[in-house]
Design a protein around this ligand. Structure first.
Ligand code: HEC
Length: 121
């Protein structure tokens, strides 16, 4: 099952490029869809140096609390303290959605349903 998913993932990621089948892909987490896999890549490129693996680094831990998606997005767009703001040129809206999905996976629980988000505010 895992192998099938990895194969599907590598195909999805490699659509349009010359597929190198059989190349090992090592993922620390069980990434089971292409969106989350893209989220992981964007996280690694932009966030991981300060939030290593979602743990506390220079920035706060992201994996120890249920951060609502809108909060993560607001933080990324606005920045705070030592955290820089990321414009749409640096991280597109879609990439940010994918980062949010990846961060939800890091804390190993699904993001709260949208209806509940409004009540929390
Ligand atoms: C240069 C270091 C740095 C980078 C890069 C960085 N952060 Fe941060 N992050 C921080 C710091 C420092 C804080 C605490 C800011 C404060 O004082 O409120 C923080 C806080 C946060 C918070 C709020 C956490 C909380 O508990 O309230 C979120 C969410 C967050 N970062 C997400 C991200 C995401 C997603 C990315 C990548 C797009 C990212 N950060 C990139 C340093 C960084």
């Amino acid at each position: 099952m895992r192998i099938v998913m990895v194969a599907a993932l590598s195909l999805a990621l490699c659509a349009g490029c010359s597929a190198k089948r059989g190349e090992p892909i090592s993922e620390p987490l069980k990434i089971d869809n292409a969106r989350v896999a893209r989220g992981e890549r964007a996280f690694m490129a932009n966030c991981n140096k300060c939030h290593p693996g979602g743990e506390k680094g220079l920035g706060f831990a992201l994996n120890n609390k249920p951060l609502p998606g809108f909060m993560i997005k607001a933080q990324v767009r606005a920045g705070a303290g030592a955290m820089p703001a990321f414009t749409k040129e640096l991280i597109t809206g879609e990439q940010l959605d994918e980062i949010v999905e990846y961060v939800a996976l890091l804390r190993n629980s699904p993001p709260p349903p949208r209806e509940n988000l409004k009540q929390e505010q």
